[in-house]
Design a protein around this ligand. Structure first.
Ligand code: R5P
Length: 292
């Protein structure tokens, strides 16, 4: 099995190399007019190829996945597995105002049209996106990694920072022993990129709390959650999420808060930062690749 990494996932190469994976080589260049060109630098005829690439906000990443997939196909690859550590645009899964469209669904459709033998995703943001893949994907979750990292010191309470994350918070709850209780925050978004934590449902006074989400983008959702949880008398607060976008000053914003640790995975490249601990997804992905 050869693993090709698109630019959006190149930060993972070293982690996969630790497991003696064979890394496929290709070259890319840009013409004078800005068009991109790609060429595989090795034989894939009859091979099982795995292409690892995230859909980032920059559409170049999506184009690159499609182009590299095409190259593997045209050069005779027997079977192509596409691994998408971070599937961007999933938050745009439906129009929220007249005139908008389902850009996230469009992205899923483009990925499906490539006819990979399998598509592996990690913690997909939305049920609508999950449904749009019509069960043709394998979805991995970073929750077991988070549960393992927390290890011997599980929280007393898991807090879901909004209603949308409750079902996954419940999954994490089941992975921990002793089983923590669950609390939920009512979150509203008065405008894009602004989150307000209105109310907390659940008892957290004097408790060790873990607030968990799928994505950290501006850090607004989690900072608001931390403020509310502190006001309600939590004894200690940890944060965890799968995908760390950390737009703008999000890292600074979160690490200034009264939190002990922030657990994040490397589905996206992570910079070293006080309080932030990065969990490696490579074993999770490799396990899925070999198991399936
Ligand atoms: C929203 O529904 C997601 O689950 C996350 O809560 C959100 O994307 C986080 O974004 P931000 O860090 O900008 O609040």
């Amino acid at each position: 099995m050869k693993l090709f990494f698109a630019d959006s996932a190149k930060h993972l190469i070293q982690n996969f190399k630790k497991y003696k994976c064979e890394i496929g080589q290709y070259e890319s260049s840009v013409f004078a007019d800005g068009e991109r060109s790609y060429r595989l630098k090795e034989e894939v005829n009859g091979e099982w190829v795995t292409l690892i690439g995230s859909v980032l906000p920059d559409p170049k990443s999506l184009f690159e996945i499609i182009a590299l997939h095409r190259l593997a196909l045209e050069n005779g690859s027997r079977k192509i597995t596409l691994v998408v550590p971070y599937l961007g645009y999933a938050r745009q899964d439906r129009p929220t105002r007249p005139g908008e469209g389902s850009i996230g669904i469009m992205v899923t459709e483009l990925l499906q049209k490539m006819n990979s033998s399998r598509i592996i995703l990690i913690d997909v943001h939305s049920d609508l996106i999950r449904k749009a893949f019509r069960g043709l994907v394998i979805e991995l979750s970073a929750l077991p990694l988070i549960a393992h990292a927390i290890g011997k010191h599980p929280p007393n309470v898991i807090v879901s920072p909004d209603a949308g994350f409750v079902s996954r918070a419940e999954k994490l709850q089941k992975l921990l022993k002793p089983k923590p209780s669950l609390a939920v925050i009512e979150k509203v978004r008065p405008k894009p990129n602004v989150a307000i934590a209105k109310r907390l449902h659940g008892d957290i006074k004097g408790k060790h709390v873990l607030i968990v989400d799928d994505i950290i983008d501006t850090g607004g959702t989690l900072s608001e959650a931390v403020k509310l949880v502190s006001q309600n008398g939590a004894k200690s607060i940890h944060l965890a999420a799968t995908h760390g976008i950390f737009s703008g000053q999000a890292r600074e914003r979160l690490s200034r808060l009264p939190v002990e640790r922030i657990w994040i995975t490397n589905t996206l490249p992570q910079a070293q930062f006080p309080k932030i601990h990065t969990l490696d997804i490579a074993p999770l992905v490799l396990d899925a690749l070999t198991r399936t």
